[in-house]
Design a protein around this ligand. Structure first.
Ligand code: PMP
Length: 428
């Protein structure tokens, strides 16, 4: 047995499924997860000393690569001042100003400790502000595991084949309406049915929890117009896309202005952080200025703020997003070319630093149901083949892949050579 296998068996005795977050258990691909010991640049290293070129990047935040010296050094210094105060700090003010500078639709921002907390709080705020109970989300989009959002959700909830979880009372779930991503008519139908009951629409501006699906032309604009028409708020969940698709998130990339934005892991540079923010008029509605309650003992934690600020400073470097997008294009187009060469049907999507590949005959993947029709056996075979070649992809066909600035041309070339080898072996 490898050390990872031994650790997994040991972990299962004390941790449900051996993991602290379901997708890590490799349920989507089978086999034993790699236990990771350290990470540096584009690489992660497992407990058996094996190195992998990493396209997960801690599920998004590692835009600069792992263990970036600027972030590491800033954290080392911050630790000397103490770990948590439960009182306001100048760092939080600096962070708020930085977030607002980068994402102008956010006039005010509140820090939390995870993406789940960010979306859960934003929804409570939207409901309180509009005095309406219903929310509208899209099938296949994942926004964390708050009760109201775990309805027809993506990511691990899909991989487990359990989009709606037991433990969520139907009385809660009935307030969550679902529509079809990239299908404006399905949203119109919901508004026509409940014209005065929908408090908000929440969506991933580029869906990254049903593989990678960018919005079709006019979709985001159409949602904005419907929200305005019916008096609902538009919440753009940029937990994955924020500072990854562009410096100002997917909203900047597509030129769409939400009422509220949620951010997550990316603003912590790898530390547990989330945030939600938006129009001042709406944000003033939360405690202590307003009646909607929201709080957190560790919110705005000084170490997390320090790591996040160091990362955000570095992200403002000229030309960074063009370079990240170019790397993403090379990997996605390269995978497609390798699949074509070996006669294996594949489609790809990519935007900014996110990409997805689909084992399917269909070419234009814009809908969740198309993802569910993909060939999962081929995905699993490809996944394990790549792992053996030293390439670590997301262990589920429902997750997007992530590039970092630490991925060199050589790393990408090695990845594509590995893909060529694996796909050659998969020929029917
Ligand atoms: N929203 C989106 C778009 C996400 O991708 C995720 C998690 N990947 C979340 C919310 C929840 O974030 P967290 O896991 O930090 O609670």
């Amino acid at each position: 047995m490898t050390r990872s296998e031994t650790l997994f068996e040991q972990a299962k005795k004390t941790i449900p499924g051996g993991v602290n977050s379901p997708v890590r258990a490799f349920n989507g691909v089978g086999g034993s997860p790699r236990f990771i010991e350290k990470a540096d640049g584009a690489f992660i290293y497992d407990a058996d000393g094996q190195a992998y070129i990493d396209y997960v990047g801690s599920w998004g935040p590692m835009i600069l690569g792992h263990n970036h010296p600027k972030i590491r050094e800033a954290v080392h210094q911050a630790v000397d001042n103490g770990l948590s105060f439960g009182a306001p700090t100048a760092l939080e003010v600096e962070m708020a100003e930085k977030v607002i500078e980068m994402v102008p639709s956010m006039e005010q921002v509140r820090m939390v400790s995870s993406g789940t907390e960010a979306t859960m709080s934003a929804i409570r705020l939207a409901r309180g502000f509009t005095s309406r109970d219903k929310i509208l989300k899209f099938e296949g989009c994942y926004h964390g595991h708050a009760d109201c959002l775990l309805v027809k959700a993506g990511s691990g909830a899909l991989t487990l084949g359990q989009p709606s979880s037991p433990g969520i009372p139907e009385d809660f779930a009935k307030h969550t309406l679902t529509a079809v991503y990239n299908d404006l008519d399905s949203v119109k139908t919901m508004f026509e049915q409940y014209p005065e009951e929908i408090s908000c629409i929440i969506l991933e501006p580029v869906a990254g929890n049903m593989n990678c699906i960018p919005p079709v032309a006019g979709f985001l604009e159409g949602l904005r117009a419907l929200c305005d028409q019916y008096g609902a708020l538009l919440i753009i969940d940029e937990v994955m896309t924020g500072f990854r698709v562009s410096k100002s998130g997917a909203q900047g990339y597509y030129g769409i202005t939400p009422d509220l934005t949620t951010l997550g892991k990316v603003i912590g540079g790898g530390m547990p952080v989330g945030a939600f923010g938006g129009k001042k008029e709406v944000m003033q509605y939360i405690a202590p200025t307003g009646p909607v309650y929201q709080a957190g003992t560790l919110s705005g934690n000084p170490i997390a703020m320090t790591a996040g600020l160091a990362q955000m400073e570095a992200l403002c470097e000229e030309g960074l997003y063009e370079a990240l997008a170019a790397k993403t294009k090379t990997i996605a187009e390269g995978l497609k070319a390798a699949a074509d060469k070996h006669g294996i049907p594949m489609a790809i999507n990519y935007v900014g630093g996110m990409f997805g590949f689909f084992f399917t005959e269909e070419q234009n993947i814009t809908r969740f149901e198309q993802v569910t029709r993909c060939n999962m056996d081929q995905f699993r075979a490809f996944y394990h083949g790549m792992l053996e070649q030293g390439v670590y992809l997301a262990p589920s066909a429902y997750e997007a892949g992530f590039l970092s600035m630490a991925h060199t041309d050589e790393d990408i070339e090695k990845t594509l050579l590995a893909a060529d080898k694996v796909l050659a072996g998969m020929k029917a």
